[in-house]
Ligand binder design. Structure first.
Ligand code: NAD
Ligand code: ZN
Length: 422
């Protein structure tokens, strides 16, 4: 089968590898139809993630969906042919963390010990996301093995107009993450919300905040084209965009620009950027020299911008130690902060209903669709922000839907032929 593999920083290759086999009674083998590239994949792509946690040939991808192909004897409620979305986080469903709905912190799905040294604990396992999170093969491939399948597969009901791959694929991660960002920030009717990062996660967080009744949503990025895209795709009534790069050229800080709109600062500040975008020379240098793993730029800007007593929600990914962190500002302003990888399974049924009712529309952020074979190009376009790229979806040969402008479905014989035993 074909799989997208990591071979080193900025070196992605699609290669032929063995098809995965059932290894446990709770496994399902999924025939992938569509898979997306996430901002989290870019941490691996750019080589910013701890290098020792990646091995050449690792299969990438944690946002994917497809058709149940083979099924372990212990899996109940699913059958071959079912169309499903898979969660990026792997939950066993039975451990202490899963009982508290902390599915992304499952105690059973990550057997790496490296995180314990750094965090005193370890996160759950994630598909295609380094050996720090279990070393699981990812879903940017023709087939993928899904452990604890009953917990990690969401069935897509048949025959609903809002159930194309493009409508439901992002339930695997970024729509849930956008919702989780609003949950952690406790965004409610009438709140003012500032969001850093107008990538896929930030844009959907803005959509979710608007849906939850935010009175104003300020979306901040450095890329003009993403802000203009957001202005076209989100409700303009409550949206304001700010371009951090332009503001800098005008010698105006982001905090000052936000305070011109909201004199007291926003009620909620949401971080949707992540650690690999250091914005000051100081942090770029310290990260390069190995003096810290993550920059404080974004968090310090958020702390100084949000209102006194405000709520800070962090879904952008951070790895380890941060220098010059303005913890005093956090404490003295009486802020609260929540952070974390999303427990996708907590929200996805409710979010599927909202997609069906057109209350949320994750599809609006998808700008590019390419065949899986062109993954190297897709990573480059997304990372370099070329061709107006916001979100890229890759389709395998099993995808039967339409591409943006042309039909590229596979013939039924091909699918049937691929369904045999190993
Ligand atoms: P992305 O890289 O496309 O988006 C990040 C955006 O931040 C970009 O548009 C970039 O231009 C912008 N940015 C960079 N520097 C900035 C600055 N100084 N001020 C404002 N904006 C700035 O990625 P994405 O897919 O939208 O993901 C965003 C973050 O969310 C990543 O860190 C990703 O790892 C994380 N993520 C977390 C979870 C989770 O479960 N918590 C899930 C998915 C993604
Ligand atoms: Zn993701």
């Amino acid at each position: 089968m074909k799989a997208v593999t990591w071979q080193g920083a900025r070196d992605i290759r699609v290669v032929e590898v063995d098809r995965p086999a059932l290894a446990h009674p709770q496994d399902v083998i999924l025939r992938v139809t569509s898979t997306a590239i996430c901002g989290s994949d870019l941490h691996l792509y750019t080589g910013n993630f701890p290098k020792s946690s990646m091995a050449k040939g690792d299969i990438l991808g944690h946002e994917f969906m497809g058709i149940v192909h083979e099924i372990g004897e212990g899996v109940k409620g699913y059958k071959p042919g079912d169309r499903v979305v898979c969660s990026f986080d792997i939950a066993c469903g039975h451990c202490h963390s899963c009982h508290h709905q902390l599915f992304s912190l499952c105690d059973m799905s990550n057997d790496s010990t490296a995180q314990e040294a750094l965090y005193g604990d370890k996160s759950g396992g994630y598909f295609g996301y380094s050996h720090l999170t279990g070393g699981w093969a990812g879903g940017q491939a023709d087939y993928v093995r899904v452990p604890f399948a009953e917990q990690n597969l969401l069935k897509v009901p048949e025959n609903h107009a809002r159930h194309t791959d493009l409508d439901v694929l992002l339930l695997s991660d970024v729509l849930g993450t956008a919702w989780h960002a609003c949950e952690m920030g406790e965004v409610k009717e009438g709140d003012t919300v500032a969001i850093w990062g107008a990538g896929p996660v930030g844009m959907l967080a803005a959509q979710c905040a608007q849906h939850r009744g935010a009175a104003k949503v300020i979306l901040i990025d450095q890329e003009l084209y993403r802000l203009e895209f957001a202005e076209h795709r989100l409700n303009p009534r409550t949206l304001v965009t700010l371009n951090g790069r332009q503001l800098k050229q005008q010698n105006c800080g982001v905090a000052k620009a936000v305070r011109e709109i909201l004199p007291h600062g926003p009620d909620v500040a949401i971080e949707c950027v992540g650690f690999h975008y250091a914005s000051t020379f100081l942090h770029r240098a310290e990260m390069t020299l190995g003096l810290e793993t993550d920059p404080a730029d974004m968090m310090n800007e958020i702390f100084t911008t949000v209102r006194k007593g405000g709520r800070v929600s962090v879904v952008g990914v951070y790895v380890g130690h941060v220098n010059h962190f303005n913890f005093g500002c956090f404490m003295e302003k009486g802020l609260t902060m929540k952070a974390g990888q999303t427990p996708v399974q907590r929200y996805w049924k409710m979010l599927l209903e909202k997609v069906e009712k057109k209350e949320l529309d994750p599809r609006v952020i998808i700008t590019h669709e390419l065949p899986l074979e062109e993954a190297a190009k897709a990573y480059q376009i997304f990372n370099n922000k070329e061709n107006g790229c916001v979100k890229v979806v890759l389709h395998t040969k099993f995808y039967k839907g339409q591409y943006l402008e042309k039909e590229k479905g596979v013939k039924d014989e091909e699918v049937a032929g691929a369904g045999g035993s190993h």
